[in-house]
Design a binder for this molecule. Structure first.
Ligand code: NAP
Length: 298
């Protein structure tokens, strides 16, 4: 039976646009490396790049896109609104577009449901929060500078409050959240789907020094398939129904992470990975002024 090529797969957003199943992550991709990683990814076939104003690398990401020679129109480009910019979403978007050297984004995400006060980053505004931010982001779609808007690090309670607000007219196209076998969040993924919100999985490999690389279940599945643990993790995410955003600045890994054609996981292998019991989280909220995580799924 022919396998569907996982690296050519796309998911439909509630805007009607398609998001490629694999996107290159760029968090912690150092200056001098990230541009080359973006270029290598696009040359290897990636058509989806994930960055953020907070990563401080939008300019070099834009340079990598140009250097690849791949037309902008073929690339799905995401960046994110930084926490201290919640009251200036339109201006922050312009800053990001300028840095990236493009005149539109495919997806603009609110990075966190946290409106940090730039005059004191230990505080959030008293007269503004993420629902207000969303309402200013809604206006950005009409400018043509963003094709879709979404959120990141939102739990069910954040989304419920956002969606029931009378001024909310746009349902987020995407909720970008931490998703790997150590943080599988099935209730949140199901909630996103029930509202027509695509889940996009960050830290799909478990991030730097990932404990998943030594997991016996993953190692044995990888060995039996002649694939790497990283490839098995990416296939698992895509087959579960979310896009995956593996980060690498190592060209051989960038390429290997895209080599997901001609094979896939069986239902039994997916069930075994689902049953991996160890829980861990890469991203925490201790560095921002409010709590946003209330457990894997809430
Ligand atoms: N919205 C958010 O708040 C948020 C939070 C976290 C992440 N993200 C996004 O999601 C992306 C991915 O998450 P992440 O960067 O935390 O971690 P990740 O993609 O799960 O893992 C990246 C780490 O795995 C290594 N790696 C990559 N491919 C490998 C392979 N084939 N074999 C072995 N090791 C490999 C990388 O090393 P090298 O680079 O040295 O090769 C790096 O140390 C981010 O870059 C960012 O775009 C978003």
């Amino acid at each position: 039976m022919a396998h569907e090529a996982l690296n050519k797969k796309t998911f439909k957003l509630n805007t009607g646009a398609s998001i490629p199943a694999i996107g290159l992550g760029t968090w912690q991709s150092a200056p001098g490396e990230v541009g080359k990683a973006v270029e290598a990814a696009l040359r290897a076939g990636y058509r989806h790049i994930d960055t953020a104003a907070a990563y401080g690398n939008e300019k070099e990401v834009g340079q990598g896109i140009k250097a690849s020679g791949v037309p902008r129109s073929e690339i799905f480009l995401t960046t994110k609104l930084n926490n201290p910019d919640h009251k200036r979403a339109a201006a922050a978007l312009d800053d990001s577009l300028k840095a990236l050297g493009t005149d539109y984004l495919d997806l603009y995400l609110m990075h966190w449901p946290c409106s940090s006060d730039p005059s004191d980053m230990k505080k959030v505004y008293s007269d503004w929060d993420y629902v207000d931010t969303w309402h200013s982001m809604q206006k950005l779609v009409d400018t043509g500078k963003v094709k879709a808007i979404g959120v990141s690090n939102f739990g069910i309670t954040h989304l419920e409050r956002l969606l029931k607000d009378p001024n909310t007219t746009t349902v987020p196209a995407v909720n970008q959240i931490e998703l790997h076998p150590g943080n599988p969040s099935p209730k949140l993924v199901a909630y996103n789907a029930s509202k027509g919100i695509h889940s996009s999985g960050y830290s799909p490999l478990g991030s730097s020094d990932s404990p998943l690389s030594n997991n016996e279940t993953l190692k044995s599945i990888a060995e039996s398939k002649g694939r790497s643990v990283a490839q098995v993790l990416l296939a698992w995410g895509i087959q579960k129904g979310w896009s995956v955003l593996p980060k690498s600045v190592t060209p051989s890994r960038v390429e290997a992470n895209f080599a997901l054609d001609g094979w896939s996981l069986t239902d039994d292998e997916i069930a075994k990975i689902d049953a991996v019991p160890d829980r861990f989280k890469v991203c925490t909220d201790g560095w921002i002024p409010i709590q946003v995580f209330f457990g894997d799924d809430e």
